[in-house]
Ligand binder design. Sequence first.
Ligand SMILES: *[C@@H]1O[C@H](CO)[C@@H](O)[C@H](O)[C@H]1NC(C)=O
Length: 364
Amino acid sequence: MSAPATPKYGALRLTETLGMVATLLPVPAVLLWDVARTTYASWNKARTLKRIAGDCALRYVLGSLSVPQLQNAFGTTRATYEAWVKKAKLPEAIDELGEDARLMWIGPKRLERVIMFVHGGGFLLPATDFSLSFWRYVQLELEKQGIEVGIALFSYSLAPIATFPTPLKQARLGLEFLLAAGVQPQNLQLAGDSAGGNLIVQLLSQMLHPLPSVPEIHLPAPLRGALLISPWVNLSADSASHRENDGRDILRRNTLARWGATILSAVPAGDRAFAEAARAPAEWFAGADRVVERVLVTAGGAECLRDDIVAFGEAFKQHHARTELVVQAGGLHEDLFLDFFVSETKFASLTPLTVEWLAAGFTE
Ligand SMILES: *[C@@H]1O[C@H](CO)[C@@H](O)[C@H](O)[C@H]1NC(C)=O
């Protein structure tokens, strides 16, 4: 048995532990100041104080802690899932895919219609429990419309231990597992946020331009849909929206730049289009309409990644007519999920829009 790749508390160096404690000490003052600074800001007009405070807390934690500290604080996707199902009083169902990848079912395991959720976190952090709460909400909303859907959280190995193209190889296993289990491509929608959106685009790239280092993906028919929520498609954090929205968004520009550099350092120069779809040649996504039928790309108007996502969405549309690009006014990075971090009950219009888009994918 090789040692597990997941960081354990004891694996943290003492200096890092002390650093984390020291960073966490000034929380109340810093947080209060940030809440005061942002409560009446233009992009927060439609938000409750609870939600604004939640965003400030996330901005503080994500901007203050190093990657090892964050990995230690957040634990693993599996542990997050196990704690979440327990709290939600839902069954635990995990399919092992091999190579340290798995599918973990949110709510009942169903194979008739499936959403495979590819979580974000810069390829460095596990799934958050509030993103699972979002997907459970979607599942129940779809049930209200008579649509029963299985939602599988895809779990993959994280950087810096696992590097490109390991997550792509693992995502391919997830897809192949579902197809082998009898899921019809026309009843399968992929959904991913941030790095998860990046990974879904890597899957599309692999279908169109197979890398020799990754097994080919053979689809018997096009997939029904791909939902890309604030996809991380340009890793350099240098477009205008990064300057405009630094301090508004939950992720700071310098955090994105640091994480981007970490991820890119392991990507061979020739494979850059896989890791950064926004930089792919103009014809890269030609034929994308033959591998996925419908695509929805979302961005937040007040998120750092906005301009990169819009540039990617517009370029992708040139090859894929059934692509919609939606920029949520005042939206932050993966804004849909942030409401669930604070158990918000009032959602921005992007949430019902997304539910409707997924529902249409299963009923049209
Ligand atoms: C990606 O980021 C770089 C650096 O900011 C920028 O020059 C380039 O235009 C971006 N590409 C797209 C398509 O957004």
